[in-house]
Design a protein around this ligand. Structure first.
Ligand SMILES: [Ca+2]
Length: 171
C-alpha cells in the first residue's frame, strides 16, 4: 500500500479482538517517506485504543486497558525510505515493541485492550477521538493483527521471512 500523506485505508477490525481482547499482536512492514511529526501505521478507529505509529524517527505503540493507557518508544532510529519490520504485543499484562525482530522496549499495563471499534485504520487515525489525521507517507506492507501475543522467537522468524522480499524490492 502506497500512502502519499493524504489518504488511508479502513478495514473491518477482526471480530476476534472486539470489543476487547485479552491479548493482541500487530505487525507491519513500513518504508517511511516522512519522519517528521506523527504518522500512524495501524490504529483502532476511535481514540486509538491500540496504535502502531512513528513520532519523528522513532516507532511507538500505545494501548488502552482498564488500567489506563501506556505509550512505548522503540528507542531505535528509523531510516527514511528503508524497510523496517515493526511489531507490538500485549499479553494481558506487558506491552512490548519490536523493530526488525528485536525487542526494543516493554512496560506493564495489565488488563484487556478495550473499546475496540468495528474499524481499524491503516495509514491514519482519528486524532484525539476526532478528525482523521496523522497521515502516513510511504509504504506499508503485510499488516497482521492477531488475538494473541506472539513470542519473541515468532516475531524474529517473521522478520527473517520478510527480510529478503523487502530488502530486494525495487519499490
Ligand atoms: Ca475505541
Amino acid at each position: 500500500m502506497d500512502f502519499d500523506g493524504t489518504d488511508f485505508v479502513q478495514i473491518a477490525t477482526p471480530s476476534e479482538i472486539r470489543p476487547t481482547t485479552p491479548q493482541l499482536t500487530i505487525e507491519a512492514w513500513i518504508k517511511p517517506g516522512d519522519l517528521t511529526g506523527t504518522h500512524d501505521i495501524v490504529t483502532e478507529a476511535w481514540c486509538r485504543d491500540f496504535a502502531l505509529y512513528t513520532v519523528e524517527t522513532n516507532a511507538y505503540t500505545r494501548v488502552w486497558t482498564s488500567a489506563g493507557s501506556l505509550i512505548l518508544n522503540s528507542n531505535f532510529s528509523l531510516s527514511l525510505n528503508k524497510w523496517h519490520h515493526l511489531a507490538m504485543t500485549h499479553d494481558g499484562s506487558v506491552l512490548r515493541i519490536y523493530v526488525n525482530g528485536t525487542l526494543k522496549n516493554s512496560g506493564n499495563r495489565p488488563g484487556s485492550v478495550g473499546n475496540i471499534e468495528a474499524y481499524t485504520k491503516i495509514g491514519a487515525s482519528t486524532v484525539g477521538c476526532g478528525s482523521t489525521g496523522n497521515y502516513f507517507m510511504g509504504l506499508i506492507d503485510e499488516v497482521r493483527i492477531y488475538n494473541y501475543s506472539l513470542m519473541a522467537g515468532e516475531i524474529q522468524k517473521h522478520y527473517a521471512e520478510g527480510f529478503k522480499t523487502h530488502q530486494n524490492t525495487l519499490w
